[in-house]
Design a protein around this ligand. Structure first.
Ligand SMILES: [Zn+2]
Ligand SMILES: [Zn+2]
Length: 258
């Protein structure tokens, strides 16, 4: 199994997960927070075309996650999985029968890839994040969550790779020029994870088999790659240079989970 990020941050997010099973390869894209044209060009950078995708999973209705998901599904006939709450929030699009409803705790099989959606605290209708496995290896994905829940931790345990939101540095956010109401939303229990909280999550689930840690969804105003790297490295005993930071434009090149 391997995965890559096509870009991550407040202006757009997309992660591709791929599993091989003999001659067959299956791929899911988690969120499509770019225009169709931009998405296709980023996908090409990862060596893929839209036809190579077997499923789309949309975590929640915010624009940096939905992006071109509906257009991509319609144009290429790719099944789109999302929660009923997210589907309602984006206007209950028909999608020519390609809509599939995801629920917390109900696994989704995409060929040899098994996805397990789980609920997170975020200011959206019914946000779901994902645990992905090919049966041997597991990737835990968590962005857009405001606080730690036991449920969330349960879904990130035992993973060989983790993609974790490190949205902001709490002090940078406090000093930012954002209005107080926006600062309160971002830093609140249904907002976004700060570096310190991401570190606490990592510290709670770290184990000897964890190979890749990716810091994602960094705010360009209220965080730096160095601060995110340091917070995660401190939490799991890795060196800062071993923590990968997902770039808003370049994302992260393919990482092999094994
Ligand atoms: Zn987001
Ligand atoms: Zn969001």
């Amino acid at each position: 199994m391997r995965f890559c990020s096509l870009g991550s941050g407040s202006s757009g997010n997309a992660t591709v997960v791929e599993a091989r099973d003999g001659p067959r390869t299956h791929r899911v894209v988690i969120d499509c927070g770019f225009s169709l044209r931009e998405f296709a060009s980023r996908l090409a950078r990862a060596g893929l075309q839209p036809e190579d995708l077997d499923a789309i999973f949309v975590t929640h209705e915010h624009g940096d996650h939905v992006g071109c998901a509906l257009a991509l599904s319609r144009r290429h006939g790719i099944p789109l999985w999302t929660s009923r709450g997210t589907w309602r929030a984006i206007g209950e699009p028909g999608l020519d029968g390609e809509i599939r409803f995801a629920r917390d705790g109900e696994t989704i099989d995409v060929g040899s890839l098994r996805l397990l959606p789980y609920t997170v605290p975020h200011d959206a209708a019914e946000p779901l994040q994902l645990r992905c496995t090919d049966g041997a290896r597991t990737l835990g994905v968590l962005t857009d969550a405001g606080s730690i829940t036991p449920h969330l931790l349960d879904h990130l345990r035992g993973c060989q790779a983790l993609l974790l939101e490190c949205n902001h540095d709490a002090q940078m956010l406090a000093r930012s020029r954002y209005p107080a109401s926006v600062r309160a939303r971002i830093g609140g229990p249904h907002g976004h994870l700060c570096n310190e909280t991401a570190g606490q999550i990592l510290g709670a689930v770290v184990h000897g088999g964890l190979r890749h840690v990716v810091a994602a969804h960094l705010s360009e105003q209220n965080n730096t790659p160095e601060l995110a790297r340091q917070a995660l490295a401190d939490a799991c005993g890795m060196r800062p240079e071993d923590i990968v930071v997902a770039d808003p434009v370049l994302g992260v090149d393919w990482l092999d989970v094994g």
